[in-house]
Design a protein around this ligand. Structure first.
Ligand code: ADP
Ligand code: MG
Length: 153
């Protein structure tokens, strides 16, 4: 299967999805997060970082554009490109170098860097539903497919 979908009833479920997916990821992977403001992208990332062993705070990178976490499994770069005015800023900020074989990149608002951001291995779509959220994980590469198959077993 190349996609998985489901419902997240509350914040705890969104955190749990991130935490569970954490153990399926591998270094070099890029995961793009799609969804409106308040959909739960940062909440999901918080769970994912917790799953990778990060014990401290997770700040939303809304103003800093990126927050980096050197963790045992990989260095995780958590981007929020909402404030980009132009996709070219991806290069100006030096972010192209952040995508490496030994890093894990999680990108909120990837559409703000459309055309310059490499295509993702995985995407997560989050959608506001009455009370909770609907989600869909889609694999776009062999790496992404391997990750999803680990998730489903
Ligand atoms: P984003 O990064 O997409 O803008 P945030 O994660 O910052 O969104 O905020 C999402 C908000 O929605 C938080 O207040 C969080 O508690 C809440 N939330 C997250 N997941 C769920 C869920 N499954 N059901 C209801 N509320 C949720
Ligand atoms: Mg956010």
């Amino acid at each position: 299967h190349t996609s998985v979908a489901g419902f997240l009833a509350d914040e705890a479920a969104t955190l749990q999805l991130g935490q569970t997916l954490a153990s399926c990821l591998q270094p070099g992977l890029q995961l793009q997060l799609h969804g409106d403001l308040g959909a739960g992208k940062t909440t999901f990332t918080r769970g994912l970082l917790r799953g990778l062993g990060h014990a401290g705070r997770v700040k939303s990178p809304t103003y800093t554009l990126v927050e980096s976490y050197p963790l045992p499994a990989a260095t995780v770069h958590h981007f929020d490109l909402y404030r980009f005015n132009d996709p070219q800023e991806w290069f100006d900020a030096g972010f192209a170098d952040y995508l490496a074989t030994d890093t894990l990149c999680i990108v909120e608002w990837p559409q703000k860097a459309a055309g310059v951001l490499p295509s993702p291995d995985l995407t997560l779509e989050l959608q506001l539903a009455d009370n909770g959220r609907n989600y869909r994980l889609v694999a776009h590469s062999e790496t992404g497919k391997a990750c999803l198959s680990r998730y489903q077993t």
